[in-house]
Design a binder for this molecule. Structure first.
Ligand code: PS7
Ligand code: MN
Ligand code: MN
Ligand code: MN
Ligand code: MN
Ligand code: MN
Length: 359
């Protein structure tokens, strides 16, 4: 384990690490353990996207202010001294944007190849977010088809998978062959984002945002709001099980991607969020609380997952197997998605068995 020499860090870099701690629960720990070659670039990549997301999430920002910031964020990255005071007082990460000049300052200093990757992803993500911010404004149904939903998840998370993979390869810490399987890095992001969207349904509703696709929920209820009515409990659970099934179909790609990561610090960085995601998916499954509050895995469970996901692929597969079996056991024969969920669990377990035969 290496350590940063904080005495040699400029104040702006110290401030970036301060914001990393302040703005991320799970990512801060794994980013700080990354190989020194990528530690600062990935930290800055994170802060850039966190800044962008703070603009996206602020529902008090009028669209005419929000849209140009989202669409031009890649240029903002290179504007000396840029800061933003537009966010509402309750936006949890507003201070990062108030002091965004420290990110701009450090961004200048990283290798041009890393800057190019971060700028490219920022540009595509910001424009994608803006497209969907528009949608929410003009179309009260928000995300309609499953294709809309997966495109949104592509913009906010699949692209992160692409950017990180390009950084790993550029830094000499991952095999360039990974770039030839774009569906694997896409699934790494999709899995995390879909789980976030499933878990956050109530929080997002309270912000007047909807990310569950109408194509799915309309099979069960007529209006999105009906998902939250106590009398529709079973229908809401069925809709959630279809959302969970959709996410679950990405799990095998994620394990396949992890099999291609040999460098230990990059492996840990990639594996921990995926393990947290499958555990979160399992507590959301057949759990009506997601329609009432933000459901979270316990601190103890999170610690356990951290330990199990920082060894090797076999242990990560064991984690996945454990949660797949829990999902399998909770599966309800009266649920219209029962059979498909059962098959998805079985298929993923078989995939794991094919990499690590149990006897
Ligand atoms: C490892 C190949 C650059 C490390 C990590 C900030 C979390 C915030 O939290 O609903 O409910 O408010 O607004 C693939 C991370 C995908 C992304 C997306 C893994 C950047 C991240 C900005 C690919 C993380 C998925 C918005 C956009 O959802 O969230 C490998 C590093 C990864 C950030 C995440 C988040 C999107 C998001 P919340 P939202
Ligand atoms: Mn967010
Ligand atoms: Mn967001
Ligand atoms: Mn949010
Ligand atoms: Mn969310
Ligand atoms: Mn959230």
């Amino acid at each position: 384990v290496h350590e940063r020499d904080e005495s040699k860090e400029p104040a702006s870099l110290k401030r970036c690490f301060f914001f990393l701690d302040k703005t991320s629960r799970s990512f801060s720990a794994v980013i700080k353990e990354l190989h020194p070659e990528l530690l600062v670039p990935v930290c800055l990549f994170y802060l850039v996207l966190r800044g962008l997301d703070t603009i996206e999430d602020d529902m008090t920002l009028p669209l005419e202010k929000k849209e140009p910031i989202l669409r031009n964020f890649q240029d903002i990255l290179e504007q000396d001294g840029w800061t933003c005071n537009e966010n509402g007082p309750n936006e949890k990460d507003r201070q990062l944007l108030v002091e965004f000049n420290v990110v701009v300052e450090e961004f200048k200093k990283i290798k041009p190849a890393y800057r190019t990757i971060i700028k490219d992803i920022t540009k595509r993500m910001g424009n994608g977010m803006a497209d969907y911010a528009n949608n929410a404004e003009h179309n009260t149904n928000g995300v309609n088809t499953i294709a809309d939903y997966e495109l949104y998840c592509h913009y906010v998370a699949g692209l992160v998978g692409e950017g990180l993979t390009r950084l790993f390869v550029e830094g000499g810490l991952a095999n360039a062959a990974l770039l030839k399987r774009p569906e694997l890095m896409e699934s790494m992001g999709q899995f995390l984002q879909q789980v976030n969207i499933i878990r956050d349904i109530k929080e997002d509703l309270d912000d007047k945002r909807r990310f569950w696709p109408k194509q799915i929920w309309s099979k069960y209820v007529n209006n999105f709001e009906d998902l939250f009515k106590p009398e529709n409990k079973q229908l809401a659970l069925s809709a959630s099980s279809e959302m969970i099934l959709t996410a679950l179909s990405r799990a095998d790609d994620c394990l396949y991607y992890l099999a291609g990561i040999k460098e230990q610090s990059v492996f840990n960085f990639c594996a921990i969020p995926q393990s947290m995601a499958i555990a979160t998916l399992e507590i959301c499954f057949q759990n009506h609380d997601i329609f009432k509050k933000n459901v979270k895995i316990t601190k103890g469970e999170a610690c356990q997952l951290m330990i199990e996901s920082t060894q090797n692929l076999q242990l990560v597969c064991d984690v996945f197997k454990k949660y797949l079996r829990k999902i399998h056991q909770k599966n309800n024969p009266h649920d219209p998605n029962f059979l498909r969920i059962s098959m998805a669990c079985g298929k993923t377990e078989q995939f794991i068995e094919s990499i690590f035969p149990s006897q």
